[in-house]
Write a new protein. Sequence first.
Length: 588
Amino acid sequence: MCGIIGYVGNKNASSILLNGLKNLEYRGYDSCGIAVLNKELQTRKNVGKVSEVAKKENFLGLMGRMGIAHTRWATHGGVTKENAHPHLSNNKKIAVVHNGIIENHEELKKFLKNKGFNFYSETDTEVIPNLIEYEFSRNQDFVQACKKALKRLKGSYAVLILSAYFDGVIASRHESPLVIGVGDNEFFAASDIPAFLEYTKKVVYLYDYDFVVLNKNIKIFNLKKNEEIKVKISSIDWSVSQAKKGDFEHFMLKEINEQVETLKKALHQDKRVLNKIVTNLKNAKNIFFVACGSSYHAALTASYLFSSIANKQVNVMVASEFPNFNHFINKNSVVLAISQSGETADVLESVKYAKQKGAKIISIVNVMGSSLVRDSDEFLLLNAGPEICVLSTKSYTSQVVLLTLLAYSLVKKYEEVLKKINYLWNVVYYLTSENMKTKIKELARRIKNKEHLFTIGRGLEYPTAMEAALKIKEVSYIHAEAFPGGELKHGTIALIEKNTPCIVFVSEKNKHLIISNATELKSRGAYIIGVASVNNPVFDFWIKVPETNSFNPITQIIPIQLLAYELALLRKCNPDMPRNLAKSVTVK
Ligand code: F6R
């Protein structure tokens, strides 16, 4: 959902900002723009991907040692040059880039129109520079004017402000991600760390209502408390190469391959924190897992494992639906929130509700310093490194393995998972090998022109079928739907025609029933793709995946991640940037 970056230092801002935009493009790729200050404010923006727009508008032609930039995922207003950021105040002296949604923008627009201001875009953002201009006209103190203007905003924002009135960059956040990078005599402010990772690994995480003044120094105030905050610098252990494609053509393929390592890293946890979480889960009167998208599928997978391994019942909720069940939450509840980014708006909202009711909040998250980490009583990090591709691949399997560890830990079988991971490592190595890729390419060629595809599973394999369908549809745009094997005869089988591809996930435990479902599908003409440890006459295409029992959700999804990737390439879709999608969904 939009990426923003700002820079103040001694270097030429435009090249740093452009680099940052390229690293943030996974957050939105509808349009982009840049503003640089060199006594006067210079702004350039347009519709299109970062590299195209930067070339067309000659971003690098802007000279100055401070600036702000934005890559947009459209929410309010269509994809047009006028709606692209930065947005300027009427007097063109103040530029703003913004990620989030200003809920009271209509009201503020009306107020400003009455004061004589005009609006040139359909965005909610345009009220911000004009509100600052209005406040500045009343009291010629620019920092105070920014504070006053921001205090009037309702909704979510991460904003960067650049102005001919001020020698620096102002940054502020409320319910949208923003982190500060601290270099040698230079500062960065960005939606996400990869934007400035190649310049510094020193960061300052911000809290809601933090207001940051960046020039030769850094000062942080809290807008709500009206006080200055002590600057706390943390170090991050992500490496630059983790945030680069390296020899891979796409981040998606790189991140699928990384699973050989990331699964092990997910298990590197502080035993004391883990034990504390296990105690909380044991003592809870009710447990809720809340998450969205792939993270929701990981949660659903875990609910089967909590049931079968730990005999624990869990309520699994799509975060946006959680408010409907909020009244079951009390101080004896545990809400376990699962999120790669730690910034998904619906997850954060669920956690907020649950906190108000006194529930214990535990989270499983990949991004250190994210809002979810700060809102949790306890958290476990996935340690998967930055995930740049919009699709979740390595973070999904890391979530599943970590949740599996929790399920086993509940029955004091923690060591068992650690032992099994070495076997799993070999399996994942085979699943990401060149042989497997060749096989999957062949399958992709066979089904690339299909419009519909179905995935089925039973028990633990049902959430895997859901995740498989999501991966395929979001990156190749083939309509893909998942069903529990037992549901087919209740309606869906009517959709099966000659050669409709159906991916069937088979486990040792469910093999008889699911093979019987596959046979029913085949008798209606379906083309059966079996994901199974042994071949079966019903399969038209067999993907061999060794049986790993409670780890099947990890091993069985990997070939389908590869299939989704290959389908995207064959259908000329960009695997790293699927249409209409952005990496973190920071608005509801
Ligand atoms: C799918 C995908 C999304 C995310 C979802 C939640 O490949 O990536 O469905 O899983 O937007 O995001 P997080 O995990 O950051 O809360």
